[in-house]
Design a protein around this ligand. Structure first.
Ligand code: AMP
Ligand code: ZN
Length: 484
């Protein structure tokens, strides 16, 4: 089967055919770094990562580009409100670049904890203003712009395909479907390409341009940077569904307005993560960060596991109960992988994804896993194949581990390494106990007591050790011990 992806452009599953066979150019909208990323934002980046990993798993060479918005994103997506970066800088008495650096570092720390691979290229808006100016000049030369009130606007009436991606009806718009406070606009859907004399008098970062000293609108950065690193036409563009009606619609209009060619072949959008109570919003500060989950006793990979359990096009509701269940399932999975390692006395360093025999019974699981990914990246179905595999006693441990390692190149849960670390911890704890003569003699005394049917004494010893955090487990081959 070939890879099928749901293309927002056309709203249907389509067979994925990249422009150049075997390679994928892929641009994902990155974070606006005026605050910490919330766990909803992080869903968008785990999705980009799963897409990148799936394409790599399926044999493509992926060129993944992501931007960092450190200028120009206003509080309202339709050119209204204050620049988000400037507002935070003012509030803190710091420069915009200081704010950007702080939250960019925090973002990448979150990305690393979630085991999200770094994109091939990460590009910052403030470092690409000349490219944006060059692109705006082309848009202008093609007759898509007008100056008003000191700003340069994109004139959507010159671009008939404007409403395609979001299925917008321009007549509805004109009838006032969107309330906009910018009187300079001829059409409420017009948007700013370049600000000069704007409402933000004390904008700290400005650049010279043919339209006067000023700064770029938010959308132009993605068009300019994607074209710089991926060419004027590329395969995939991603973002959250909130980006469809404004940001991506505007990116597409200005890109195609500049080049006269189709810009992106496949538009992929992740659904939102919602809270069981209230809306999560980065600008109001009402949100959960990855750190707040960690402070509650979860690991970042528990959250990653929770996200993998939902399809990227389904809305996912966050709750602490669902985090508990993700945490338990992941723990269970790791224990099973540890069981496979210890049952086969397998050296984790020798487990590799390519070591799987073609006749192995694990291949059936991998086959269904691949099909699940090929059907619009169905991670829930792919996960259930992994769950089936770790439970299947008929699959030899070495084969199961090789297949798990292969699946995990997509899941990114580091299952073999985590299982090996948990075994190591357990062995270290056992060695510590085994080398403690007092505990050893208590365990021997308990065995004697049991033989003599003195169960009261045997229980007493078990409880005494339990109070010290040492748990005993009786097995046919004797008593094993570990720390609670
Ligand atoms: P921002 O930093 O606001 O530019 O957003 C970064 C990414 O997060 C964008 O792709 C948004 O579409 C996406 N996003 C924002 N809120 C959510 C949410 N609650 N769930 C999933 N994705 C979101
Ligand atoms: Zn973008």
């Amino acid at each position: 089967m070939a890879l099928q992806l749901f293309n927002t452009m056309g709203r249907e599953l389509q067979e994925f055919r990249p422009r150049v066979a075997g390679t994928v150019g892929f641009y994902g909208c990155g974070p606006t770094v005026y605050n910490y990323a919330h766990i909803g934002n992080l869903r968008a980046f785990v999705f980009q990562d799963v897409l990148e990993r799936s394409l790599t798993y399926l044999g493509y060479r992926v060129n993944h580009v992501m931007n960092v918005t450190d200028i120009g994103h206003l509080a309202g997506d339709v050119d209204s409100g204050e620049d988000k970066m400037v507002a935070t800088a003012k509030e803190r008495g710091q420069s915009v670049l200081e704010i950007a650096k702080f939250y960019t570092d925090a973002f990448f720390a979150d990305i690393d904890r979630l085991n999200i691979r770094r994109p091939t290229t990460v590009c910052r808006a403030t470092e690409h203003v000349p490219e944006m100016i060059a692109l705006i000049k082309r848009i202008e030369a093609n007759g898509h712009t007008y100056m008003a009130g000191g700003n340069l606007y994109f004139d959507v009436s010159t671009f008939p395909a404007y409403g395609d991606l979001a299925k917008l009806n321009l007549d509805d718009l004109k009838a006032g479907a969107r309330i906009d406070v910018d009187d300079n606009k001829r059409n409420p859907f017009d948007f700013v390409l370049w600000f000069t004399k704007s409402k933000f008098e004390n904008q700290a970062l400005t650049w010279d341009s043919p339209w006067g000293r000023g700064y770029p609108g938010w959308h132009i950065e993605c068009s300019a940077m994607s074209m710089k690193y991926l060419g004027e036409q590329f395969d995939i563009h991603t973002g959250g569904i909130d980006h469809i009606p404004i940001h991506h619609t505007n990116e597409k209009a200005q890109s195609e307005g500049a080049t006269g060619k189709e810009w992106v072949r496949y538009w992929l959008h992740n659904e939102f993560l919602v809270m069981d109570k209230g809306k999560m919003s980065k600008s109001t500060g009402n949100f959960l960060t990855l750190q707040s989950l960690i402070d509650q006793g979860y690991e970042a990979l528990d959250y990653r596991y929770f996200l993998l359990g939902g399809h990227y096009r389904s809305q996912l509701t966050f709750s602490w109960e669902s985090m508990d269940s993700a945490k338990n399932s992941r723990k269970n999975l790791v224990q099973r992988v540890a069981g496979l390692l210890s049952a086969g006395a397998i050296d984790p360093a020798g487990v590799t994804a390519d070591a799987l025999n073609p006749d192995s019974p694990a291949q059936a699981y991998l086959g269904r896993f691949t099909e699940a990914l090929e059907q619009d990246l169905s991670t829930p179905r792919a996960l259930s194949e992994l769950q089936g595999l770790v439970r299947d006693q008929a699959v030899p441990a070495t084969d199961a581990l090789a297949a798990i390692a292969k699946m995990d190149t997509v899941f990114g849960l580091e299952l073999v390494a985590t299982a090996a670390a948990s075994l190591e911890e357990r062995r270290a704890a056992e060695a510590e106990i085994a080398s403690d003569p007092r505990i050893e003699s208590l365990i021997a005394e308990r065995a004697e007591a049991k033989k003599a049917k003195n169960f009261a004494r045997a229980d007493e010893i078990r409880n005494q050790l339990k109070a010290e955090g040492i748990l005993l487990e009786d097995s046919p081959s004797g008593t094993i011990w570990h720390r609670a």
